[in-house]
Design a binder for this molecule. Structure first.
Ligand code: CP
Ligand code: NVA
Length: 304
């Protein structure tokens, strides 16, 4: 049966470990995998802009010997020119997998349900699973373990935060979230993550301030205050999130060697200072690079 990656919840802890172990191998010996997906084609349907996700999937597919094609919003005109279901059915006859970036999460579930081939969520308003996998992989790569460590996510309880909550819980990494009241992650997601974490002797805690979230953390993570599609709220959000900036004073409360992470794109001077972005503890661009290596592993796992 075909397998999708719509949500981190689609993966077991064992599958996540397998993806990470394969990523290690891909990073050590990329040449060995240069024909692994030869003859395979990947369609990327994007309804929002992208740098990392698009480039890392297209280059990653090329490095595996496969082909990829990018379908911009105006080309497919999804749901307007034709239905999601008909797009899924048609592309299933041409390509071996679809990478899909959209607004409403239900679009991804609908595409996955209708497609006869694997569908990978490349960001919806609810989850960003490829991002979270690359992030947790980066923590494992840098700190050599996950259990017993704490990742503090400071900012909006958004798509990236949701996927990190599920992923951290699955691998037994503790997670603290610090968000302003009204912007904490979805309570159902927090409840599910807490339940999964409990089975791994890990903890999920949500705070309404950044300091309690960051205190003692081994990883300090943030994302933009205004996600794609929320542009109208940008000015209001700048005021609401002002105290939630990752800066030297906040980072001082974390573990002295705490990794600084951001999924990018960053708004320097808003959710994170230049100083933190460019600090020796920042692994932000390694994190961006790892998107490609981890996604190569995901493609192999779903297509082979
Ligand atoms: N982090 C991330 O997904 O970046 P893009 O929006 O540039 O793809
Ligand atoms: N939360 C951000 C992530 C961008 C990669 C957004 O959805 O725009």
């Amino acid at each position: 049966m075909k397998k999708d990656l719509v949500s981190i919840k689609d993966l077991t802890a064992k599958e996540i470990k397998e993806i990470f172990d394969l990523t290690d191998k891909l990073k050590k010996d990329a040449q060995k995998y240069s024909r692994t997906l030869s003859g395979n084609s990947l369609a990327l349907i994007f309804q929002k802009p992208s740098n990392r996700t698009r480039v890392s999937f297209q280059v990653g597919m090329y490095q595996l010997g496969g082909y990829s094609l990018y379908l911009a919003p105006q080309e497919i005109n999804l749901g307007v020119r034709e239905s999601i279901r008909d797009v899924a059915k048609t592309l299933s006859r041409y390509v071996q997998a679809i990478v899909f970036r959209t607004f409403e999460h239900k679009n991804v579930t609908e595409l996955a349900r209708a497609a006869d081939i694997p569908v990978i969520n490349a960001l919806s308003d609810f989850e960003h699973p490829c991002q979270a996998l690359a992030d947790i992989y980066t923590v494992r790569e840098k700190l050599k373990r996950l259990k017993g460590l704490t990742l503090a996510f400071v900012g909006d309880g958004n798509n990236v935060c949701n996927s990190l909550l599920y992923a951290a819980a699955k691998v037994g990494l503790n997670m603290h979230v610090g968000s302003p009241a009204g912007y904490t992650p979805d309570s159902a997601v927090v409840g599910e993550a807490k339940a999964i974490a409990r089975t791994k002797q890990a903890e999920v805690k949500v705070f309404d301030n950044p300091t309690d979230a960051v205190r003692g953390a081994h990883v300090v993570y943030t994302d933009v205050w205004t996600s794609m599609g929320q542009e109208k709220e940008a000015q209001e959000r700048k005021k609401i999130f002002r105290e939630f900036q990752i800066n030297k004073n906040l980072a001082r409360l974390a573990h002295p060697k705490a990794l600084i992470m951001h999924c990018l794109p960053a708004h320097r001077g808003e959710e994170i200072t230049d100083e933190m972005m460019d600090s020796p503890n920042s692994v932000i661009f390694d994190q961006a690079e790892n998107r490609m290596h981890v996604q190569k592993a995901i493609l192999i796992k779903l297509l082979k």
